[in-house]
Ligand binder design. Sequence first.
Ligand SMILES: [Zn+2]
Length: 199
Amino acid sequence: MNKDNVLNVINKLPSNLEVCNSILKKLNNNSTKIIEMSAIKGNYYSFINDTIYISNVSKNASDENRVIVIAHECIHSIQNKVVQLANTVISNLYLMLLLVTIILLFFKIDIIFILFPVMLLNIVVREYLELNAVTKSKDVFLDYIKEYLSEEEIFNLDEYFSKEINKAKYLYFLKIIFDKLWPFLTVMIINYICFNIIY
Ligand SMILES: [Zn+2]
């Protein structure tokens, strides 16, 4: 099945809001709120207010991934709350420490050794949450579509998304490392210049 065929099948499914509601019900999640927004391009789950934000492009949209992406966000909503909280705290701590490291350079204080383990921890926790959601999204997706599509269509979508999920796992894995690493490397270089060249 190619992308266009997949899109044709996906467009037989209900709107994003309906899809999201049904998947949350299937996952026995009655507490997470859904906010439909036209302004946001991607879909995401916010742990802070237990809300899934989804774009309101409904039928005939051009995104063949829309349903599996919603399944992914719904999985985030039922992931372990302690890990979710840890992820939020560590991500914010990391951002704060990046800033503090730069500020302390003016006072000739070097705390880059604290920044590195926090970055590593941030990567590990984030990788766990994302790879868990990516891996489980296909099963949740297949379970949802079985009420709407024929056996042949389900078989074809299973085959198509198995390959896509395998690619997505590597992309997520690398993207998370890249997103966390480049601010660290930037601060490390500034730190190095200050302590070895300027001071
Ligand atoms: Zn995710």
